[in-house]
Design a protein. Structure first.
Length: 512
């Protein structure tokens, strides 16, 4: 430790040495600043709660002091900080089987982009992760893929925490936009170099994401999404110059096309995902489920689609689970009778969403969690001596309650949509499960918890990153892009918070 500086000297400079693995960086800060603000500036930490002190996942080691929460530590003097290593998130980049075959009319694949460019980018901007596809449009072929954790996640794991960041900080919107645009530019430049094409050959970028992510990317204030009636500034297709939002790793006249959304919490990612399946083109009813940071669901066919969103994701992405982590190396991803697997093998660091489902289902079967969700005490999943963190990995009664809330929200949302669509389980021909969590989740265990109706288990088809697939298809084809507008047009958003029957269904679905 170096000389202490008084907190009332706001202009005094404090030296903070940041160490993460083999990387070391020396930065300056002011007395009284929170340590987490310094770490945010340098993208060195993830804080799911947005620095409010509730998630308790921003632990760092201050040499000479020990482990502290970065959001609770005020800088008094020079310090040396060891940032605990965060493994790279495993990101699902591909769509899987059962997606709708794409047929592009002759000439269609290039009419969309200006300057007769053969290349374009398709972006899937998720709350947690971002996937970028480099497309040879004339060949209808993906020639490069990059994925990374959304750097905005450092400022909060969910859309509400990021909207709060915009509202509470004078430059909050600019900060969130700048950090993601910088990552996008770097990824695009690398991909162009890899296949030896000039950035000037890129004339068009299609983008999908939930409405908050689209607003933040385009620099549009999203605060209206935080208050009832949750109306976004835009839902229609939005076209802007790439240069206007800071994307410069493309041609000078390149356009960014944010594809259409349905409502404040059902975005272009859902529309593009639905369009990539046979759902909106079939006579039979289908159910579409994407459990990411939020849980979005839709039921419908070629005539009409009913959709909703639930706050289900945080429990399955680790944000509200005591030992929860994302899909990173060392995350317990499956569990059966005390035997577990971790992502990439090796000692565990925590539990990701698919592991949480397996563990809770197993404890329910054993009677250690009763039908009401009661668990007498925390269950030790792995003891400290066998973990990478040196601490026990636990499932607590509070964790079980978070799973109950999440699964009840999903199940009751499905029930409300079935009711509004005038359909029953027998009318559902397919259940399309999109996204990484759905792809790796044990379907039978999810049904055991009541997240997915038992009657629909045999109809489930995992389709991977359908949103990213839709973004690519929209880049290649005007006809596909028009189909997105049609789907958005026939879709009706169901606001669950206004429904008395939802509250009743939610309570009933809390039981295991």
């Amino acid at each position: 430790m170096k000389n202490s500086i008084e907190t009332n000297s706001r202009e005094a400079s404090i030296q903070v040495i940041l160490r993460e693995g083999t990387r070391e960086e020396i930065v300056s800060a002011r007395a009284g600043d929170r340590l987490i603000d310094v770490l945010w500036d340098h993208e060195s930490i993830i804080s799911p709660c947005g620095g409010k002190g509730t998630c308790k996942k921003c632990h760092v080691n201050i040499r000479g002091l020990g482990l502290v929460l970065a959001c609770r530590h005020r800088l008094l003097g020079d310090i040396e900080v060891d940032v605990l290593h965060h493994s790279r998130q495993k990101i699902l980049e591909s769509g899987l089987n059962q997606l709708k075959p794409q047929s592009i009319p002759v000439g269609d694949s290039r009419e969309m982009a200006p300057n007769n460019s053969n290349y374009g980018f398709a972006l899937d901007v998720g709350t947690t992760t971002v996937v970028i596809y480099l497309e040879n449009i004339s060949l209808g072929k993906t020639v490069g893929v990059r994925s990374f954790v959304n750097p905005q996640a450092a400022f909060g794991s969910d859309v509400i925490s990021r909207i709060s960041f915009v509202m509470e900080r004078q430059q909050g919107l600019a900060r969130l936009q700048t950090c993601i645009v910088a990552k996008i530019n770097n990824a695009m430049s690398e991909m162009c170099r890899e296949i030896s094409i000039s950035e000037d050959e890129i004339a068009k970028i299609t983008v999908v994401g939930n409405p908050t992510m689209l607003h933040l990317l385009l620099g549009v204030d999203p605060r209206s999404l935080a208050f009832s009636p949750y109306v976004p500034v835009f839902t229609e297709t939005k076209v802007v110059a790439a240069s206007a939002i800071g994307i410069n790793a493309v041609g000078p006249d390149a356009l960014v096309v944010a594809l259409p959304s349905i409502a404040g919490y059902v975005g272009a990612d859902v529309v593009a995902g639905i369009a990539s399946t046979p759902m909106a083109f079939a006579e039979e009813f289908s159910l579409y489920i994407d459990i990411g940071t939020n849980g979005e669901m839709a039921i419908g066919n070629r005539d009409s689609i009913f959709c909703c969103s639930t706050a289900a994701g945080p429990a399955f992405e680790g944000a509200r689970i005591s030992c929860g982590v994302g899909g990173v190396d060392g995350a317990i991803c499956s569990y059966d009778e005390g035997v577990y697997q971790t992502i990439s093998g090796g000692p565990p660091i925590g539990i990701c969403g698919s592991g949480i489902v397996d563990i809770v289902a197993g404890l329910v079967d054993k009677g250690e969690i009763d039908s009401s969700g009661f668990m007498e005490s925390a269950a030790i999943i792995e003891r400290a001596e066998n973990t990478k963190t040196g601490a026990d990995i636990l499932l607590t009664p509070g964790d079980v309650r978070e799973v109950q809330l999440a699964k009840a929200a999903i199940a009751s949302g499905i029930g409300i949509l079935l009711k509004d669509a005038g359909a029953g389980f027998n009318n559902i021909d397919r259940v399309y499960l999109a996204g990484a969590f759905g792809n790796f989740m044990n379907i039978k265990n999810a049904a055991r918890l009541g997240m997915i109706p038992q009657e629909l288990v045999s109809k489930v088809v995992c389709i991977g990153n359908a949103a990213g697939e839709g973004a690519r298809r929209a880049l290649r084809s005007q006809e596909f892009e028009r189909s997105l507008k049609r789907i958005a047009g026939i879709s009706k958003y169901v606001e669950l918070s206004c429904r008395p029957d939802f509250n009743e269904a939610f309570v009933n679905e809390m039981k295991f």
